[in-house]
Write a protein that binds this ligand. Structure first.
Ligand code: ATP
Ligand code: MG
Length: 398
């Protein structure tokens, strides 16, 4: 019977040249290892070949390729250094030959999926780029008993030496690619975070300062209208007109500004009192308040205050209602803010079709709520008023 080994230089040369062919195809690591395993089984007249490679930690072997049907186990069998015959070979850097009765060998470890009971003899050699520089371990098994010769071991050893370099390169290449990918993901997250922050700041300006200036301008107009007609050209009227022009300029400036701060009133009064003060600041609205004396983390308070501010200004601008109710409560670990009016109502399902031009109104409220793990509910119907509810989970709120 023909056998592998130096006794058959032709077969050996053929194996080595086909292996060189396989590893130079530039396939990925898994495919190269798979191809090499198939070649070795075929050419060495063994029944199965397993290729275990060291993982990135250098302390564990992972099965990376095998003769079918064991190829399906690639990536799913792991051995620590010193564990099993392959682990022993990896730890000692020396080949092992077992002709018969593996179970009697203390180095052998039975792994059910590898079906050791179907095979009798085995030979295991290190895959190393140079002595002491281990990349993995190569195992071949035969069903019928076979006495692996010194020449067999030598040949497998040289196959190991041949594939070690390309395997190591492929591994390094994969690691580099992984790092590059991680860098890309990191950059993406940074950009995303910047974007979120920019939007948050812009939202603050829109909902806070801008709305105040709008009210200011409104009051100035009302004052101008209240002046008797004969004083329309007096100094008072002129001053009010200038003040209103300034307010309009300021409004234009805030739109292009990029600053946002926590509303100072929150630090002075706390959330419930700030909401009560906010409720009094819409001259055309009577706002009833029902505010529990809750204390919440600063960023949650800011979010709720801003939502209330935008919601009330929507009531004032769009609902036509003369009164509204605002309530704040903590229920089973959630803080709930509700703003209800009995005005004209609207169809919330049509909002997506016409997002607010600035993008900070209802959309901004929803974003704020979701950023904090909460949600925004809009219940409204034409002619049936509007109820807006924001629910944000809070731990340990008082
Ligand atoms: N309380 C309300 N009563 C009636 N309609 C409302 C009410 N709240 C919102 N709407 C309707 O929903 C639309 C979207 O509101 P949203 O706050 O998102 O934008 P906006 O107020 O129009 O603009 P922005 O807030 O960006 O200045 C409003 O234009 C209005 O038609
Ligand atoms: Mg709005």
């Amino acid at each position: 019977m023909s056998r592998l080994g130096l006794t058959d230089p032709e077969r050996e040369a053929r194996l080595l040249s086909r292996i060189i062919e396989t590893i130079s195809t530039g396939l990925d690591l898994g495919e190269v290892v798979q191809g090499v395993a198939a070649l070795i089984t075929e050419t060495t007249e063994t029944d199965v070949c397993f290729v275990h490679l060291l993982d990135d930690s250098g302390r564990r072997l992972v099965l990376r390729g095998a003769t079918p049907p064991f190829d399906e186990l690639a990536g799913r069998i792991e051995l620590n250094l010193g564990e099993g015959v392959a682990g022993w070979v990896a730890a000692h850097g020396r080949p092992v030959v077992i002709d018969d009765d593996k179970l009697a060998d203390p180095r052998y470890k039975y792994i059910p999926q590898l079906r050791g009971e179907d095979f009798t003899s085995m030979c295991s050699v290190p895959i190393a780029t140079r002595p002491g520089h281990l990349v993995g371990v190569l195992n071949v098994h035969t069903r019928v008993r076979r006495a692996f010769t010194y020449a067999d071991v030598e040949l497998l050893h040289s196959v190991g030496g041949l594939i070690a370099g390309p395997i190591e390169n492929a591994r390094l290449h994969r690691r580099l690619a992984e790092r590059e990918e991680a860098m890309e993901r990191f950059a993406e997250r940074v950009v995303l975070a910047q974007e979120t922050e920019r939007r948050r700041l812009a939202g603050e300006i829109h909902d806070g300062i801008s709305q105040r200036i709008v009210s200011l301008s409104y009051h100035l107009s009302a004052a101008l209208d209240a002046l008797p007609p004969e004083s329309a050209h007096h100094v008072t009227a002129e001053q009010i007109r200038r003040a209103r022009a300034l307010a309009d300029d300021a409004l234009a400036e805030t739109r292009s500004a990029i600053e946002g701060l926590r509303p100072p009133v929150l630090d002075d009064l706390g959330l419930p009192a700030s909401l009560a003060s906010l409720a009094r600041s819409f001259p055309q609205l009577t706002v009833e308040v029902d505010l529990a004396p809750v204390r919440l983390p600063g960023h949650v308070e800011t979010a709720i205050y801003r939502v209330a501010q935008e919601a009330l200004s929507n009531v004032a601008r769009h609902s036509g209602a003369g009164s509204a109710v605002i309530s704040l409560a903590v229920r089973s670990g959630d803080v709930e803010l509700e703003i209800e009016d009995d005005g004209v109502g609207f169809d919330p399902s049509r909002l997506a079709e016409h997002p607010a031009p600035t993008g900070y109104g209802l959309g901004g409220m929803r974003e704020r709520a979701e950023l904090l793990g909460g949600r925004l509910e809009v219940h409204s119907r034409r002619g049936a008023g509007t109820l807006l509810r924001v629910v944000i989970p809070v731990k340990g709120a008082l």
